[in-house]
Structures are given as C-alpha cells and as structure tokens.
Design a protein around this ligand. Structure first.
Ligand code: NI
Length: 187
C-alpha cells in the first residue's frame, strides 16, 4: 500500500547495497498474476526469510508502506509493512488471517501495483489478526487506524483482490481504460 498524498519520490529511501538482498519487480494492474490466490506457508524456511528481506527492500525502495508477496509474483501468504516515519519498524506477517472485524472507516488508499492512483475505500475500522512472525511463531493483535487499513489491503492482495475492486463499477471502468492507454503508450 501507498499512503495518500505522498509524491512518489518524496520519501524515496537511500538504496541499501547488500548482496543478500535484491529488488523485486512489482506487478502492475491489470496484470492477471495479481489475481492469483496465494498458498499458505507451511514452514518458515531460509527461502521464505530471503523472500522477506527482498520484499522489505523492494517496499522501502518503491517507497510504500506495505507489500504482499502476490505483488512480486510469489504466490505465498507473506506480507511486509512499515508504517513508521523513520522507516525502521519492519512488520512481517506470514499466513495472516483476520479473525474478527468491526465498524467501518473510509481511508484514501494507493497501491504500488496501481501507481499514481488514489481513492477512498471503506473497510472495517478494527480487526483482530492472527499471523506467524519471521521465526514461525504465532502472534495475535488488534489493529485500528492506518494499521487496520493496511493489513486489510495487503491480505486482500493474497486473495487476488485489489483496492480498486472496492470502487464503483464506473471508477473501475475508468481505471481499466487508463491502464489500457498506459499499456498502449508503453508497448
Ligand atoms: Ni496494494
């Protein structure tokens, strides 16, 4: 996810040169691979930990506040997020599940897979989430505010759902036309 109102390079992080990490390519709407349903992670292996490091570097470089594995064409239930201003509080969620949700809140959202587009989405105001951390230990927490919005946005990605799917049919049609135009210009 990308918070609204932030110019794309205003907070661009300094690239970290570390041979143990790699920048991954972020798929862009309407790429059909964004519609795949991600599989649960059976065990947190070194391969999963490498994926987490690469996803974190990709998210920081983009920059965004959240990234789901689906967006980098890895169809496993892994999310990274960092909502801190200093960009030093990495959150990792493996096999995240929303156990309960209540209330309604509207927030302007953006997505690294829909660059330059922001719109209001209504979601649950509060959610209770269960996930595994990067060591494979289960944890649970209550979320509200931006954390609740972001975790719902990223868990949606793991099911092949994007924030634009929550918009009106008219807005989605306009966005699809915009994406086709962009593809024509690029191709
Ligand atoms: Ni997104």
């Amino acid at each position: 996810m990308v918070p609204a109102g932030l110019p794309q390079d205003a907070q661009r992080a300094t690239p970290i040169h570390n041979t143990r990490m790699a920048l991954l390519t972020i798929l862009e709407y309407p790429d059909p691979r964004l519609r795949k349903v991600a599989a649960p992670v059976p065990a947190v292996t070194p391969e999963i930990r490498k994926l987490i490091r690469d996803m974190a570097e990709t998210m920081y470089a983009a920059p965004g506040v959240g990234l789901a594995a689906t967006q980098v064409d890895v169809h496993k239930r892994v999310i990274v997020m960092d909502l801190s201003e200093a960009r030093d509080e990495l959150r990792v969620y493996i096999n995240p599940e929303i156990r309960s949700a209540e209330g309604e809140a509207e927030c302007e959202e953006g997505c690294l897979s829909v660059p330059g587009y922001y719109d209001n989405v209504t979601r649950a105001a509060r959610v209770h989430v269960r996930a595994l951390n990067e060591r494979g230990a289960a944890f649970e927490f209550d979320a509200e505010g931006l954390l609740a919005v972001c975790i719902q946005h990223e868990i949606d990605h793991l099911s092949g759902t994007m924030f634009v799917d929550h918009l009106s049919p008219l807005k989605r049609a306009r966005l699809a036309a915009r994406a086709r135009k962009k593809q024509r210009l690029a191709g």
